[in-house]
Write a protein that binds this ligand. Structure first.
Ligand SMILES: *Cc1c(COP(=O)(O)O)cnc(C)c1O
Length: 308
């Protein structure tokens, strides 16, 4: 079995964020701590994996083969799940052999690793790419990079229920929308599917506009046959994926000190800074209640040296 045992139901705590700029504008934000679902398995990548694991089970696969970079949160969650639930995992890596904290974890979790170089990795969407890997690992099911696509989005739909169960604990009866970082937009698409127009979903893009996130979200929504959608995508990339600047780093440091919540600069830090800028600009009326998703990624920041 690739799926976790039924009793393993990861719960992300939902906590009120206390920050001066929120108090000032009368906006309440509750943060869904996907970074806290498990000591080993962290973040939105777990939820993106769940449907892929179920499908692999149904197909009779014994394990999973997937792809990512040397700091990949996706491979990290996959390898941790393999270790935790006892199934083999293989990771195909972008670029040439290097040593990062992420890679050390992947190896410790028992993931078999293959380096594809850059050209080899770029060919991952080419027809026939998987064929040699399927011959080499006939018992393993391939999962796309990042655990994306409709199955990835469906796995993220459960986040709405997870929030609903915890609203009364905050003294909230309802909320006015979601705010989260987007890379491929799969997690956002899952929320858009779960909401079916009930609450808006605001996506803060960690990648520049030209990465086709809007098209990918549209694709998933159409494939799911959903008609009612309310969402928007805002550029929060600050000049490019993984680009950081002094203002961002200072914001993260200040926010971590004030809230006690660790952030990382690629996704959650940028998404929260974009929220602050929108709040300061008066985007939301006083009394607005938002759910901010902490999508995890803290493992990846260990090996990340900011390029200012
Ligand atoms: C992958 C990732 C995201 C982006 O998720 P998508 O579903 O690709 O939009 C956001 N935050 C963190 C920490 C991630 O690892």
């Amino acid at each position: 079995m690739l799926s976790p045992p039924a009793h393993w139901q990861p719960e992300a705590p939902l906590e009120l964020l206390h920050l001066d700029w929120l108090n000032r504008s009368g906006i309440e934000v509750a943060i869904l701590r996907l970074d806290q679902i498990d000591p080993l398995i962290s973040g939105n990548k777990w939820f993106k994996l769940t449907e892929h694991l179920k499908a692999a089970d149904l197909a009779g696969a014994k394990g999973i083969i997937s792809l990512g970079g040397a700091h990949s949160n996706h491979l990290h969650a996959l390898a941790a799940a393999g270790e935790r639930f006892g199934f083999p995992t293989v990771g195909l890596l972008r670029g040439h052999p290097q040593d990062t904290p992420t890679l050390q974890d992947l190896q410790a979790f028992g993931m078999a690793l293959h380096w594809l170089g850059y050209g080899g990795y770029r060919a991952r969407h080419a027809p026939g790419f998987w064929q040699p890997w399927r011959s080499r690992y006939p018992d393993l099911q391939p999962v796309p990079e990042g655990g994306g696509g409709l199955p990835g989005a469906i796995g993220c739909m459960q986040l709405k229920a997870m929030v609903n169960e915890q609203l009364s604990g905050l003294g909230w009866r309802d909320y006015d929308g979601w705010w989260l970082a987007c890379g491929t937009g799969t997690t956002l698409a899952g929320l858009v599917l779960a909401e079916a127009g009930e609450h808006p979903v605001h996506g803060a893009l960690a990648v520049p506009d030209d990465h086709g996130v809007a098209q990918q979200v549209q694709c998933i929504v159409q494939e799911a046959g959903l008609v009612d959608t309310v969402y928007e995508l805002l550029d929060a990339s600050r000049g490019g994926f993984a680009k950081v600047d002094p203002l961002l780093l200072e914001f993260i440091e200040r926010t971590e000190r004030a809230s006690g919540i660790p952030l990382e600069p690629l996704y959650t830090g940028k998404a929260l800074l974009a929220l602050k800028q929108q709040v300061d600009a008066g985007k939301f009326p006083r009394g607005t209640r938002l759910i901010f998703i902490h999508t995890g990624g803290l493992q990846g920041r260990r090996g990340f040296n900011p390029q200012r």
